[in-house]
Design a protein around this ligand. Structure first.
Ligand code: PLP
Length: 420
């Protein structure tokens, strides 16, 4: 398949040039089984621009050293880049202070950290935590572990048949026992964009703090944590062009200051003796041990990559891709789309009557197309719809309509081959 795609030019903002960005992603010009690679598994992890790849290579080639511990040149250079990333991320999500940015391993670790520190502080026997029916397992299991320990309960905001939250039920779920609401901003299996600002405002009227799982949203939307007024916001670097093994936990300073450490070790203490230990302030209090230095530096370059893009042009472009793919796939009568929220982004989940999703995913793979099949770590969503999985096509601004046409052609071929 050629990378030239004239069909895009009419509808897309003139400030967004997909061919220009594609050049930055070396993997997009590779092949799979001698077919040009078409990558539609972006919600699982995004591809990396050459700027991020080179930054990591450069760290290991030119200034690999541990941070915060050496007076020597290499350590200082590595420390400067690592520490400097905090203010780059702070500005990216418009946090008030650098101290509100904690580097983690990813969204999963961020939520576990909150559950095991803040959660353990505020949740007592009989208390309640509100989640939604569309959560990723990463925003369910850490709270279940906490609730089991504390004899607390989880309540769930249900979703309707379109995959939207039934927000009219929230009032009835909130009680004087509700101590926390934790919810996903954009669903990874349905693409639904939740009205987090509205939910946070309602929760705060009852003095309930809110944690937002932003794993899919920082990727596609400009996030302003002060505007949301969320108490916590978590995301992963690898879904937003950066390396794996790194993530960000944003927390309001007032909470971070009052929270106990998550793990103990080097770099998070003020003073240690066998009589006792005093801890550093946030963020070091939450970053015990040698961190993922190369990963954090890679994240910095991923954020800087986003910063030089026209974000709203990107978002519009991605919305245009989703709309086009939805329109085209709807022409296949045996296809059923799961997730038809009015506010939706970047994810197209579907099943085909009479065709096993895994088989179709494997057929697409033979044609060089990477999609995801299964439950996407959202088993309650699948239970709600009474299905055991979907095929998920997830978009990034480097995808093209030409790729969508190629996907559609192969879905039709696959159905012919595999259908009853
Ligand atoms: N939350 C959502 C909405 C996700 O999509 C994912 C990953 O797919 C996660 C949480 C977990 O992210 P990670 O595996 O990077 O910790």
């Amino acid at each position: 398949m050629s990378t030239s795609d004239t069909s895009l030019k009419s509808k897309v903002s003139p400030t967004f040039d997909v061919q220009k960005v594609r050049i930055d992603f070396p993997i997009l010009s590779k092949t799979a089984y001698d077919k040009p690679l078409v990558y539609f598994d972006n919600a699982a992890t995004a591809q990396k621009p050459v700027q991020v790849i080179k930054a990591i290579e450069e760290y290991y080639t030119n200034y690999n050293a541990n941070i915060h511990r050496g007076v020597h040149y290499l350590s200082q250079r590595a420390s400067d880049l690592y520490d400097g990333t905090r203010s780059v991320v702070q500005k990216f999500i418009n946090a008030k202070s650098e101290n509100e940015i904690i580097f983690t391993k990813g969204t999963t670790e961020g939520i576990n950290l909150i559950a095991q520190t803040f959660g353990r502080q505020i949740i007592n026997e009989g208390d309640e935590i509100i989640l939604t029916e569309m959560e990723h397992h990463a925003n369910i299991v850490p709270w279940q572990l906490l609730c089991e320990e504390k004899k607390a309960t989880i309540k769930v905001i249900p979703i309707n048949d379109k995959g939207e939250l039934e927000l009219e039920k929230l009032d009835a779920l909130i009680s004087d026992k509700t101590k926390l609401i934790s919810l996903v901003h954009i669903s990874n299996s349905l693409g639904t964009i939740n009205p987090v600002k509205e939910i946070i405002s309602k929760a705060h009227k009852h003095n309930i703090p809110v944690c937002v799982d932003g794993a899919q949203s920082v990727v596609h939307e400009e996030v302003d944590v002060q505007d949301f007024d969320c108490d916590f916001f978590v995301f992963s670097s690898h879904k937003m062009l950066g390396p794996t093994g790194v993530g960000v936990l944003y927390g309001k300073e007032k909470w971070l200051d009052s929270m106990p450490p998550y793990q103990g070790g080097g770099d998070m203490i003020k003073r240690v003796s066998f009589d006792g230990t005093t801890f550093g302030e946030s963020p070091s209090k939450f970053e015990a041990g040698t961190p993922n230095i190369a990963g954090v530096i890679g994240l910095r370059y991923a954020v800087e990559y986003y910063n030089q893009l026209d974000r709203s042009a990107c978002t519009n472009y991605e919305k245009d891709l989703l709309e086009y793919a939805t329109e085209q796939i709807s022409k296949i009568s045996s296809v059923k789309i799961w997730g038809e929220a009015k506010e939706k982004e970047a994810v197209l989940s579907f099943t085909v009557d009479g065709v096993n999703s895994l088989d179709l995913g494997m057929y697409l793979d033979t044609q060089g197309i990477a999609v995801r099949t299964g439950q996407h770590c959202t088993e309650p969503v699948m239970d709600k719809f009474g299905i055991n999985g979907t095929i998920r096509v997830s978009f990034m601004f480097y995808n093209t309509k030409h790729e969508i046409d190629y996907l559609l052609m192969n879905i039709v071929e696959g159905i012919k081959l595999l259908g009853a």
